[in-house]
Design a protein around this ligand. Structure first.
Ligand code: TLP
Length: 342
């Protein structure tokens, strides 16, 4: 029986062209900024986002941590959506390492409003930590890959800036958002101070993430990356597939979105699971399995036995993610195998 792996788009393997690019990459010591391939990747990323600079890092988690460390001092407070990846899945690094405390607000499908930001700010009272950063996640993973529009980012960004705060976007999947809305990522970058994005998810590179922002921000981010042990030497070997990810793999994300919709519609047609189609905006499908009478981990275990791998999201929710390794045929096979289980 063929295994169909829908746990995450992080499981994508590099393309053959990516593997070959690693062999041919021109290399140097990137800590001294002498790796021409990393330099090229950073220039390409900055150009694509319309920012002054960009920095290559090993992971999305490190990109987010670096950004928080540059924007905030220890003891500052950061306004963040209550299910955001940086809060939920990054081992508490924002507090444990950056010394920043989260002030949680609940979004609607991951998106919150300027009024919520204003309501969460603590003001100048002696007792309060300063609120210095707002974090936006686009697409929002735990909300089901939901999209912030450039307009929504702009209004929150404007309010945050008027109140003297910085704005960081965890854009691990920002290209999914841009493809879904047919906009350039530049439309997001205009309104915020930094964006991190991943090469190693739907874009299929084996490793890596970038942060984009102003030259001053990137200079401090580079130093912080070094402090965290993220200064890599002949990193061009990783940047080479990253260049292919950025230049050749963005448009194909639409295929993943189409497959996610196909999967969502198929699963919704089954009696025993629920899918909220409003949340199916990119390559993630959140499925409510409570009506099956199984809890989410039992459901995941049962599916695994039938060769379908998915992620347990807790509270009766299971996540299916489409990616380059998944075809429309795999989707139909998945729907069929789920139906057989119930
Ligand atoms: N997300 C992973 C897991 O950590 C849950 C996944 O399978 O979705 N921001 C967002 C929005 C993410 O979804 C992820 C990874 C990251 C940051 C962290 O990226 P990496 O894994 O490169 O550290």
């Amino acid at each position: 029986m063929r295994t169909i792996d829908l746990r995450s788009d992080t499981v994508t393997l590099p393309t053959e062209e990516m593997m070959l690019s690693m062999m041919d990459a021109e290399l140097g010591d990137d800590v001294s900024r002498e790796d021409p391939t990393v330099n090229r990747l950073e220039e390409l990323a900055a150009k694509r986002f319309g920012t002054e600079g960009a920095l290559f890092t090993p992971s999305g988690t490190q990109s987010n941590l670096i950004s928080v460390m540059v924007h905030c001092k220890k003891g500052d407070e950061m306004i963040v959506e209550s299910d955001a990846h940086i809060y939920y899945y990054e081992v508490g690094g924002m507090s444990a390492v950056a010394g920043v405390i989260p002030r949680l607000i609940r979004g609607k499908m991951g998106v919150f409003t300027p009024e919520q930001v204003i309501g969460a700010i603590r003001g100048k009272d002696l007792h309060f930590p300063p609120s210095t950063l707002v974090e936006i996640e686009n697409t929002h993973n735990r909300a089901g890959g939901t999209v912030w529009t450039p307009g929504a980012v702009s209004t929150v960004g404007k309010t945050a800036h008027e109140l003297g705060m910085k704005v960081h976007v965890d854009g691990a999947r920002i290209f999914n958002a841009a493809v879904a809305l047919h906009v350039d990522v530049e439309e997001y970058a205009k309104h915020v101070d930094s964006i991190s994005f991943c090469l190693s998810k739907g874009l299929s590179a084996p490793v890596g993430s970038l942060i984009v922002g102003s030259s001053a921000f990137i200079e401090r981010a580079r130093k912080t990356r070094k402090m965290l042990g993220g200064g890599m030497r002949q990193a061009g070997i990783l940047a080479a597939p990253g260049i292919i990810a950025l230049t050749k793999m963005v448009d194909r994300l639409k295929e993943d979105h189409d497959n996610a919709k196909r999967l969502a519609r198929g699963l919704k047609g089954l009696d025993k699971v629920k899918v909220d189609m409003k949340t199916v905006q990119t390559n993630i499908v959140l499925v409510d399995v409570a009506p099956t009478g199984l809890d989410s981990s039992q459901f995941v275990g049962k599916l695994k036995k039938s060769g379908i791998l998915v992620a347990d999201f807790g509270n009766g929710k299971v996540r299916f993610v489409t990616h380059r390794g998944i075809t429309a045929e795999d989707i139909d096979e998945t729907i069929g195998r789920v139906e057989c289980l119930m």
